[in-house]
Design a binder for this molecule. Structure first.
Ligand SMILES: NC(=O)c1ccc[n+]([C@@H]2O[C@H](COP(=O)([O-])OP(=O)(O)OC[C@H]3O[C@@H](n4cnc5c(N)ncnc54)[C@H](OP(=O)(O)O)[C@@H]3O)[C@@H](O)[C@H]2O)c1
Length: 289
């Protein structure tokens, strides 16, 4: 088992573990226990969000693990209800209080909706003041990201470029176009739903199964190894200790060029969530009352 998770350098020089642990869709009990398990197994990065309503449980898990604060990379996200200049700083403070921490390693605009420019101005101020180690965005397509960077620079005089864009990424949705834009702006590509949340027959896919068999690994491990070799930060979620362990055990084998090419051929741009769908946007805002 890996002693230390390899890291990816953000454009400010900070190191982010290439493999982290996601805690979406877990109740508080599961969250606390799985964070303890994950840290014990060796994960050094946890991805939560205000909207997951489990920041307190994540905080308890981190505390219980006994790990030193500076040895763990903690991410949370600003929800659309707080996506404005006026609300964003308070929302950050609330996340910190819930987590029981005095800084985050990464704070993301969770969605490309709401007043993202006002919110970004607030996040940039927090970042400049050293209150958060890195800031970024999530669910920004290539076009949205380009508009975001250029509007900040050329219209709003804000030169802080997101350090990370966390978007849905897995072999069936490889985000080739957005990835090229991220590369251009020096933005680290972080993928959510590395397993497509189990959709599209990922765990029975023939191509992945054959590759897995060849390495004596599982399909889940091949998928995560693909992320690692592409330099895409992966944050698999599981509430089962044996899977949390399995998902961490991806550093003792390597996919060949031919295998990486075969996986490249699985891309069908199949997303679980379509951020361009007006109904999806309406649904998010309808929850705000
Ligand atoms: N920024 C965003 O908008 C956004 C959106 C969604 C997610 N995320 C982040 O990304 C993280 C990961 O994405 P996700 O949770 O949506 O989906 P995911 O990691 O692709 O899939 C999780 C699902 O796969 C199962 N699973 C985990 N490991 C497995 C394995 N080795 N073999 C078979 N099944 C396995 C889990 O079940 P069990 O738990 O029962 O093992 C769960 O049902 C989230 O937890 C969250 O932190 C961010």
């Amino acid at each position: 088992m890996m002693e230390k998770v390899p890291t990816i350098k953000l454009s400010n020089g900070n190191e982010m573990p290439v493999l982290g642990f996601g805690v979406f869709q877990m109740n508080n009990e599961e969250t606390e226990q799985s964070v303890v398990d994950a840290i014990e197994i060796g994960y050094r990065s946890i991805d939560t969000a205000a909207s997951y309503q489990n920041e307190e449980a994540v905080g308890r898990g981190i505390k219980k693990s006994g790990i030193a604060r500076d040895k763990i990379f903690v991410t949370s996200k600003l929800w659309i209800a707080d996506a404005s200049y006026e609300k964003a700083k308070n929302a950050y403070q609330t996340s910190l209080e819930k987590l029981g921490l005095d800084y985050l390693d990464l704070y993301l605009l969770h969605q490309p909706f709401g007043d993202v420019f006002g919110a970004w101005k607030a996040l940039a101020e927090l970042y400049e003041a050293g209150k958060v180690k890195a800031i970024g965005v999530s669910n920004f397509s290539g076009a949205k990201l380009t508009n975001f960077v250029l509007t900040n620079q050329k219209v709003l005089d804000i030169n802080t470029v997101p350090l990370v864009n966390q978007i849905e990424t897995n072999p069936f949705n490889q985000e080739v176009e957005a990835r090229a834009i991220m590369h251009e702006y020096g933005i680290v590509h972080e993928g959510w739903a590395p397993f497509a949340e189990g959709n599209y027959g990922i765990f029975t896919n023939g191509v992945l199964a054959k590759i897995a068999q060849g390495h004596g690994k599982t399909i889940g491990q091949v998928v995560l190894r693909w992320h690692v070799q592409k330099g895409i930060v992966a944050i698999p979620k599981s509430v089962r200790r044996e899977r949390i362990e399995e998902n961490f055990d991806v550093f003792d084998f390597e996919l060949s060029h031919a295998e990486m090419d075969q996986i490249a051929g699985l891309d069908i741009n199949a997303t679980i969530v379509n951020h361009e769908d007006p109904e999806f946007v309406r649904r998010l805002f309808s929850r705000l009352g």
